[in-house]
Design a protein around this ligand. Sequence first.
Ligand code: MNH
Length: 508
Amino acid sequence: MAKTTETGLPKGFRGAEQGWPELRRIPHPPRRVPLLGDVLGVDRRHPVQDSTRMGRELGPVFRRRAFGKEFVFVWGARQVADLADESRFAKHVGLGVANLRPVAGDGLFTAYNHEPNWQLAHDVLAPGFSREAMEGYHGMMLSVADRLTGHWDRELAAGRPVDVPGDMTKLTLETIARTGFGHDFGSFERERPHPFVTAMVGTLTHAQRRNSVPAPLAPLLLRGPSRRDAADIAYLNRTVDALVAARLDDGGGRGGDGGGGDLLDRMLATAHPVTGERLSPENVRKQVITFLVAGHETTSGALSFALHYLSRHPDIAARARAEVDSVWGDTPEPGYEQVARLRHVRRVLDEALRLWPTAPGYAREAVVDTELAGGHPMRRGAWALVLLPLLHRDPEVWGPDAERFDPDRFEPGAVRSRPAHTFKPFGTGARACIGRQFALHEATLVLGLLLRRYDLVPDPAYRLRVTERLTLMPEGLRLRLERRTARGDGVGGAGPTAGSCDSRTRSV
Ligand code: MNH
């Protein structure tokens, strides 16, 4: 397990001082203080939005200093495309990602490129995200969505607004737990979060905090939190070990070869197609935790931002809703195929991920001595952070109205007319997101179900604020619901009848 130093940074952590021979030519914010770096006027709770503000001023390649180290940020379309060249660059396990090593170890997301468990787990688990596997998860996704609409129907009947990020997080956590491991946290039935969720949120929050405490103060400020974090991790490990043991007792782990079986079955049963090697029990534990963590917050945020924009753009919501009505008709349970056919709903999601890429960046390192487009020499091992919110809002790529929510940017013709690598919410290359199709299928399905069932009414006083906890999430977003005379639950009414609030609880 990776140790961290007293600064909270991973041991052996290198800033950009090494590896960038002409670092001095890269612009940085004007006011610097010794020791603390670029901390004047810095918003420590919102490091991504803070860097975004700085980046706009400083240009496509810039640097910030923090914890006595230099960090290089890249957001120019040309440079980001260059960093996608896998013959010269690879994933760098740095900063945000490396902070998760204590909990996720050499699991898929946090593994170093050279660790043998990355390729092994990638090859064993990739079929778990194939089309066939996804069709197998579809029914489970529907049944979790059913719990969400049950909960929303009750809130609606009680005249209460719904807590969008809270409920989307319950939904996505239950979905990955069910499809991944056959587990049910009972999130929608509980008053308080499941202790597993509390521990997971605790350790994510701690990982983020380690990035924002100035080095000299870390031992003082983080001692108590570090002890709590160790307890959280121990609890996560115990819970997962029990889950795996129960599956083995059940004689589980048989379904790995192609057909049925969830992710856990695959991990336990599948041998590598070429080498015959299997994942060790220790590594299975890391993968389970990795999927639970990587598989829910980002999707939850994407759904939440999409719902925010849909509530603010009734015209766009109406178009998406008309598509759902026409593709799904009156069917109570849309099939797998019918989700992929929701092109407009999918564009709403893409556009939400453009403005608010919920995993806001990724790091790339040079694997050979090279030069970054635009003339910045890098030695092998030098690395930089790709800052997605700025890449996704670059007026040179997205036009002068880049800040405006407009799903038509993702119509096929518009996509073709843009250069490659200008929309990267799922990362790049061999280490890009393995759960991309899973997340998009789940989120499109759920948006379709919600649009069909409810009209979304925003609180006119709400102004979008974005919280950061390694991922991005709209803060305090609440919506009021109005029940449509819905199709698909036996009513058969066509058009939206806003304001109708029928008492049936049967959900689609
Ligand atoms: Mn996901 C890697 C974004 C949903 C599991 N994910 C990544 C990376 C990004 C990312 C960016 C690359 C990080 C890096 O280069 O350091 N992921 C997302 C977003 C969503 C998402 C924006 C939802 C929206 N991810 C999911 C889901 C799962 C998942 C759902 C699991 C079911 N992601 C992963 C795993 C990796 C990853 C595992 C690491 C893959 C690898 O390195 O081999």
